[in-house]
Design a protein around this ligand. Structure first.
Ligand SMILES: [Zn+2]
Length: 320
């Protein structure tokens, strides 16, 4: 069920699992329009919100979790999420504030001016209403099985796009509910967020290395037996291994390009983003900053860049 969102990504896919309990995977954002659309889509399957017995959440982003409280209250459904994700959903306001604090500190440290940072923080606050806090009634550990009358889904933590990304594999037929861990038509952006523990890294353990975390998650997923991927956006697809190989190659190319830029002169991450994407580096400053830092982390891991700090601002230089 493709539900409208106010975000650039367009519609978000929610899935209905016709089993016992009747289950909804992801909710859509917290808006009347999304709720109306979800009700129409459910009606097309002869169902109502009140019929839901279980709601499963793939990750913390607002387009996937925003309507959760409304749906859980109306249906009385149990709410299932990865144990590390549960507190992020339950303490939504404070968690969102902490994410914004991290984003603000990172943007200033990597060369984005105070006025842009202030403007973006206001934008982020205005987006908060698309989400909301909700209670999680069942917490799954990484690797735990979620039983239905007619199937079992294995919950696997695959952080990187967000620190809470969880995929659900039906091991009997190889169907994978992937959330935004792997999308076909666009590459999942490794947006930098606070670590939540487990494979996402321990909280407070330095700057989150979202792309490195994501690549490690993709390597794990690549080795899985999967027949069909049901993604959080766009159409279902097969041959996940080839797609993952394409993504590895794309990130490799981007890292090399950034290394080339740094060969001429040391640059801040924001300057790198501007030379790659022009004005988009300002309007989408945090997203592009996350992209650049992710690729700088790839280079850093190989000893190809070093960082220098002047007056609280970091510049990267090519080492070789
Ligand atoms: Zn999404």
């Amino acid at each position: 069920m493709a539900i409208p969102t106010p975000f650039m990504v367009g519609r978000v896919n929610c899935y209905l699992i016709e089993d016992d309990p009747l289950t909804l995977v992801d909710t859509g954002p917290n808006s009347g329009k999304a709720l109306d659309c979800l009700e129409r889509e459910l009606a097309a399957h002869g169902r109502r919100i009140e019929d839901l017995g279980r709601i499963v959440i793939t990750h913390q982003h607002l387009d996937h979790v925003g309507l959760l409280d409304v749906l859980a209250r109306r249906s009385g459904a149990e709410v299932v999420a990865l144990d590390l994700l549960a507190p992020v959903i339950e303490d939504y306001g404070a968690e969102a504030e902490r994410d914004d604090e991290l984003a603000e500190a990172l943007m200033l440290r990597h060369g984005i001016t105070r006025d842009v940072v202030t403007a973006l923080r206001a934008v982020s606050r205005s987006f908060r209403g698309w989400g909301g806090a909700a209670t999680v009634t069942r917490r799954l550990a990484d690797g735990e099985a979620l039983e239905f009358a007619g199937r079992t889904l294995r919950a696997l933590h695959r952080p990187g796009h967000s620190p809470s990304d969880t995929i659900f594999l039906d091991e009997a037929d190889g169907t994978l509910l992937a959330g935004d861990h792997l999308l076909h038509h666009i590459s999942s952006n490794p947006l930098i967020s606070r670590q939540l523990g487990g494979k996402s890294g321990e909280p407070g353990d330095g700057r989150p290395r979202a792309l490195l975390t994501y690549l490690a998650s993709l390597r794990e997923t690549r080795e899985m037996e999967i027949s069909e991927v049901l993604p959080g956006h766009g159409d279902p697809f097969g041959d996940h291994a080839s797609l993952i190989d394409d993504r590895f190659a794309m990130h490799e190319r981007r890292a090399r390009k950034i290394h080339g830029l740094l060969a001429d002169q040391p640059m801040t991450a924001h300057e790198i983003a501007q030379s790659l994407w022009g004005n988009v580096a300002v309007t989408q400053a945090y997203l592009t900053l996350s992209e650049v830092l992710g690729h700088v982390d790839m280079l850093h891991e190989r000893g190809q860049v070093a960082e220098q700090e002047t007056g609280g601002v970091i510049r990267f230089e090519a080492v070789r």
